[in-house]
Design a protein. Structure first.
Length: 137
C-alpha cells in the first residue's frame, strides 16, 4: 500500500509516504509490546493504523518521510525490550515495507544482525569483529 501526503511548511512541500510494517512473524504478545512502544516513540503526528485490530499482521505508518529512520526506531524498540529472536529488515521487493523476521531465518539467508545495536553484516566474521566494540576486547 503506497499513499502519499503533502504537507506545506512555508515554501517547502514535504512528501510523506506510508510505510508498511509486516509483523506477521511476531507472536501476539510481542506485537502488542511493539505497537505500544512505537506509539510512544512517534511524536510527530504520525498515525499508526492496524489493518485488523483483533489480529494485526501489518501496521501502516503515515506521515513518515524516512523509511531508514523508522527501521532504526523499530530496531531500538526490539533491543530495548530484549526481543533478541527477531530482527528488522527492509523488504527488497517493496520500497516502503519493513519486515520483522526471526533472527535464524534472516541469518540463513546470509544477513547477520548485532543483538546490541542492530547493525547488519554480510557474514559472521564481520559481526564477531564488530562485537568487540560492545565487549571492549
Amino acid at each position: 500500500m503506497l499513499s502519499s501526503n503533502k504537507v506545506k511548511k512555508g515554501k517547502v512541500s514535504l512528501l510523506y509516504m506510508a510505510i508498511t510494517v509486516d509483523i506477521s512473524k511476531l507472536p501476539s504478545h510481542l506485537r502488542h509490546v511493539l505497537i505500544d512502544d512505537l506509539r510512544f516513540k512517534i511524536k510527530d503526528g504520525s498515525l499508526i493504523e492496524e489493518d485488523n485490530p483483533s489480529d494485526p499482521h501489518s501496521l501502516t505508518i503515515t506521515r513518515e518521510e524516512n523509511v531508514n529512520k523508522m527501521t532504526r526506531n523499530l530496531k531500538d524498540i526490539l533491543i530495548k525490550n530484549k526481543i533478541r529472536d527477531y530482527v528488522t529488515v527492509l523488504d527488497p521487493s517493496a520500497k516502503y515495507t519493513i519486515k520483522i523476521l526471526e533472527r535464524t531465518s534472516v541469518e540463513n539467508s546470509g544477513s547477520y544482525h548485532c543483538i546490541h545495536c542492530g547493525m547488519e553484516f554480510e557474514d559472521e566474521m564481520e559481526l564477531s569483529v564488530h562485537h568487540r566494540i560492545h565487549y571492549v576486547i
